[in-house]
Design a protein around this ligand. Sequence first.
Ligand SMILES: [Zn+2]
Length: 60
Amino acid sequence: MLTESQSFSCPWCGEPNWVELEPGDLGQTVIQDCAVCCRAIEIFLPDEPDQPVRIVADQD
Ligand SMILES: [Zn+2]
């Protein structure tokens, strides 16, 4: 099965990151650490792989 990935900007440092769109994770929120600053980023994956991912704003 083809796994898609999308790029997004880290909300902490602004550096580009990639997230894998695993079919089982679509429509859910996942946590991924930034590859550059290592801070946790909450990412909402769309229901369809061709829709853009959304960064969930930090509540702190
Ligand atoms: Zn970062």
